[in-house]
Design a protein around this ligand. Structure first.
Ligand SMILES: [Fe+2]
Length: 257
C-alpha cells in the first residue's frame, strides 16, 4: 500500500526470502503507486526487490501507462480476468519458474468498492473458462487471486476451486484474516491476506482524513499514512510441483517499529 509498502518490501523482502526460503514471491500491486494502481517504475522496483509476479485489483487499470506491460505475456503483471471483452491487458499469464510453468489469474469479486457498478463477468464462470482452455498445458502450479469485499465470495471461491488450483488468495480488505489453511482437496486458501503498509491507519490512509469524511461529512481526499509501526502481511504456502497441490499454508504477519 503506497510508498510505505514499497519501502518496506525493498528493505525486508530480500531478508524474508532468505529467512523463509521463498522460491517465488507474489505481490498484489494494485495500490502501490499513491494507493492507485502500479506505475511501470514502481513495477520495476517491486521486481528488483524480489517480487516475481504482480496480481491485480480494482485500481489496476486506473493507470494507462501500465497497459503495454499488462498486454505483454512476458511481463509478470496481470489485470483482473473478469473485466468484459475489450479491457486492456491479458486475462492470465504464465511465469516460467525453475520448477515449471506457473499460471496466474486475478479475479474481481462482484462487489468491490467503487467498481461495484461495473459490469463484470461472473468470476466463477470466468475461472472455469480459463482452467478449461488451459487444461492441457503442463504446469507446476496455478495461483488464483480473488479481489473482493464479501467474505462469503472469498470463502466460497476457495471451496469452488479446491483441488483444481494450487492456491486461492483473497485480498482487497487490507486486513488479514486468521484462516490460512490447505482446503480438503489440496488448495491453499486465505480469505484475506492483508497488506504491506502502515499499521495505525485506515487500510493505509490517514485515519483523521477518514474521520473528517465519516463524522463531519467533509469531502476530503485520501492521504496515505507513513508513520511507523509498519506491517508486512502475507501467506506462505508450499506447492508440490508434480501434483500442483498445496502442502502447507500459514500466515505471515510481521510488525516493524
Ligand atoms: Fe482493492
Amino acid at each position: 500500500m503506497g510508498s510505505t509498502g514499497l519501502d518496506l518490501i525493498e528493505s525486508e523482502l530480500p531478508k524474508l526470502k532468505k529467512e523463509l526460503e521463498l522460491d517465488l514471491v507474489i505481490a498484489q500491486a494494485e495500490n502501490v503507486t499513491s494507493g492507485r494502481g502500479c506505475s511501470p517504475q514502481d513495477f520495476l522496483r517491486l521486481k528488483a526487490a524480489g517480487v516475481d509476479f504482480c496480481t491485480a485489483g480494482n485500481w489496476t487499470l486506473w493507470r494507462k501507462d501500465i497497459f503495454s506491460l499488462l498486454e505483454d505475456p512476458e511481463q509478470p503483471i496481470i489485470r483482473p480476468a473478469n473485466y468484459r471483452e475489450g479491457a486492456a491487458g491479458l486475462k492470465y499469464k504464465y511465469l516460467k519458474s525453475p520448477f515449471g510453468k506457473v499460471l496466474f489469474i486475478s479475479l474481481l469479486g462482484q462487489t468491490v468498492g467503487r467498481s461495484s457498478k461495473l459490469k463484470l463477468d461472473n468470476p466463477l464462470t470466468a475461472i472455469d473458462q480459463i482452467l478449461d482452455a488451459e487444461r492441457n498445458i503442463v504446469k507446476s502450479a496455478a495461483i488464483v487471486n480473488f479481489h473482493g469485499d464479501y467474505s462469503s465470495e472469498k470463502i466460497v471461491i476457495g471451496q469452488y476451486l479446491d483441488g483444481r488450483v494450487s492456491a486461492v488468495i483473497g485480498d482487497h480488505w487490507h486486513v488479514p484474516t486468521a484462516d490460512a489453511r490447505v482446503l480438503p482437496k489440496g488448495t491453499a486458501h486465505i480469505t484475506d491476506v492483508g497488506m504491506v503498509g502502515t499499521l495505525n491507519s485506515s487500510l493505509g490512509v490517514k485515519t483523521d482524513i477518514i474521520v473528517k469524511r465519516w463524522r463531519d461529512g467533509l469531502s476530503v481526499s485520501n492521504q496515505l499514512d507513513s508513520d511507523k509501526p509498519w506491517q508486512f502481511n502475507g501467506l506462505i504456502f508450499e506447492v508440490d510441483p508434480k501434483t500442483g497441490k498445496a502442502l502447507s499454508a500459514t500466515s505471515l504477519n510481521r510488525i516493524y517499529e
